[in-house]
Design a protein around this ligand. Structure first.
Ligand SMILES: CC(C)(COP(=O)(O)OP(=O)(O)OC[C@H]1O[C@@H](n2cnc3c(N)ncnc32)[C@H](O)[C@@H]1OP(=O)(O)O)[C@@H](O)C(=O)NCCC(=O)NCCS
Length: 152
């Protein structure tokens, strides 16, 4: 799918990048991704935007409205520099325009530029659009078990 050329992808880098519109955009987008996790507030967004590990990407429509977001995390471990994509979400009204693909492609570019060997993500099978999108871009399912320890 060709991404909509009127959509731009921007990295929110530094605390100054977090304005009222950004806080409002995450309040609108995160409930479309998770029913259980509240959206991040201004201070959490500032922490993410000023972290060396986090790359917070937003997609803006032609009028500047934020219509999608994702966070790439890049970190060094003994086996190399790795990257994870998390919390990919596109506003319901803006889906099907290649915004998700454009966010992922930018994240892969950043991961490559930071020396990451791989980019990982997980997606529940019920997220059909997301799973199709990732495979279309070139993500390949791995034979591994995904575990989670619930601390709460
Ligand atoms: C997954 C998601 C990020 C994709 O965003 P997107 O901007 O629609 O992505 P794209 O346009 O690049 O491609 C999405 C695919 O879904 C289709 N699609 C999904 N919803 C659509 C809609 N409302 N209208 C038109 N097409 C839609 C697209 O045609 C495309 O299908 P294809 O892969 O068969 O060509 C978005 O659907 C979303 O936010 N879903 C809810 C949250 C979620 O599941 N996040 C992923 C967590 S792992």
């Amino acid at each position: 799918m060709a991404s909509d050329p009127t959509v731009t992808i921007e990295e929110l880098a530094g605390e100054q990048a977090i304005d009222d519109a950004v806080v409002a955009a995450f309040a609108r987008l995160i409930p479309q991704l998770s029913k259980s996790s509240p959206p991040p507030g201004r201070s959490e967004l500032m922490e993410m935007a000023s972290s060396d590990a986090d790359h917070v990407l937003v997609a803006r429509d032609v009028d500047g409205t934020i219509i999608g977001s994702m966070t790439l995390v890049v970190f060094r471990i003994p086996t190399g520099i790795r990257a994870w994509i998390e919390d990919v979400v596109v506003d319901g009204d803006a889906r099907g325009r290649g915004v998700g693909e454009a966010l992922n492609r930018r994240a892969i570019e950043i991961a490559r530029s930071r020396g990451a060997k791989t980019v990982d993500l997980t997606s529940r099978p019920s997220r059909e659009a997301a799973n199709r999108l990732y495979q279309r871009i070139g993500f390949v399912a791995r034979e591994t078990n995904v575990y989670r320890f619930d601390i709460s």
